[in-house]
Design a protein around this ligand. Structure first.
Ligand code: 8X3
Length: 260
């Protein structure tokens, strides 16, 4: 808790799922002694979340931004215009991401290809580049990248999504090497099946198909990944949890899933 005290944490995709759970987990781990910058397109959701967090943790400071991470050119201004006490970011959580469809190559809509690469890759790179100067200036800071087992394996129907998460992993590994002479930590957390809105979005609202992903399993939940994220950013300064591949106990790869 002491290591997190008074940290400023920026979370993209904070309106639901892992992003939302991570905001709560930072509050719990620090007893509300953190400053949260929460970004999402759905501002009303952010307002609900902020209300809950501040009622539970009266001393937490929360700043909300209605923000589409794909508005690349707006990131610099957003960071520059943060209220003074939120400007000095300590932890960046590149959480916003999505899969769209399970179509095979030849049938994938180009707009889905663009949307996945825009969010999972280009926005992630852009945020990293725009926040990095803040970290370099003080020679500290944590960058947490939401990878996926899809960045370790490829599977049928996931060509583009898997390519985005492999891209994230390559970018992240190179960045860690580039920062070897600094105290900036680069952390990749790569989940397997986590039950969030993820599958509803992948299956474009087909709740039967989305539900099948987790059927007869105990999947991970958003708060399980949030725990790992908070853990990874509260290690001693000499410790970098470079990569964490995290499965539910019934899973060992996209191809090994036990349905009881
Ligand atoms: C989420 C897990 O199954 O789409 O990144 O690879 S999966």
């Amino acid at each position: 808790a002491e290591r997190l005290a008074n940290k400023t944490i920026l979370i993209t995709g904070a309106s639901a799922g892992i992003g939302q759970a991570t905001a709560l987990e930072y509050c719990e781990a620090s007893n509300g002694n953190v400053k949260l910058i929460l970004l999402a397109r759905r501002y009303e959701k952010l307002e609900e979340i902020a209300k809950e967090l501040t009622s539970q943790f009266p001393n937490v400071k929360v700043h909300l931004e209605k923000f589409d991470v794909c508005d690349y050119e707006k990131v610099e201004t957003m960071l520059a215009n943060l209220p003074e006490e939120f400007k000095d970011i300590d932890i960046l959580i590149n959480n916003a991401g999505k899969a769209l469809g399970v179509d095979r190559v030849g049938d994938i809509k180009h707009e889905d290809v663009e949307s996945m690469f825009a969010t999972n890759v280009l926005a992630m790179i852009n945020f990293t580049q725009k926040v990095l100067p803040i970290f370099k200036k003080k020679n500290s800071g944590d960058i947490v990248q939401l990878g996926s087992m899809a960045g370790r394996y490829s599977y049928v129907g996931g060509s583009v999504y898997c390519a985005t998460k492999h891209s994230l992993r390559s970018f992240t590994d190179a960045l860690r090497m580039e920062l070897i002479d600094t105290k900036i930590r680069v952390i990749e957390v790569a989940p397997g099946n986590v039950e969030t809105e993820f599958s509803m979005i992948r299956y474009k609202g087909d709740s039967a198909a989305a539900g099948k992903v987790y059927e007869n399993t105990v999947p991970l939940y958003a708060d399980d990944i949030a725990e790992i994220i908070v853990y990874s950013t509260s290690r001693k300064e000499n410790t970098v949890m470079a990569q964490a591949l995290v499965f539910p106990s019934c899973q060992a790869s996209p191809f090994h899933l036990s349905r009881a």
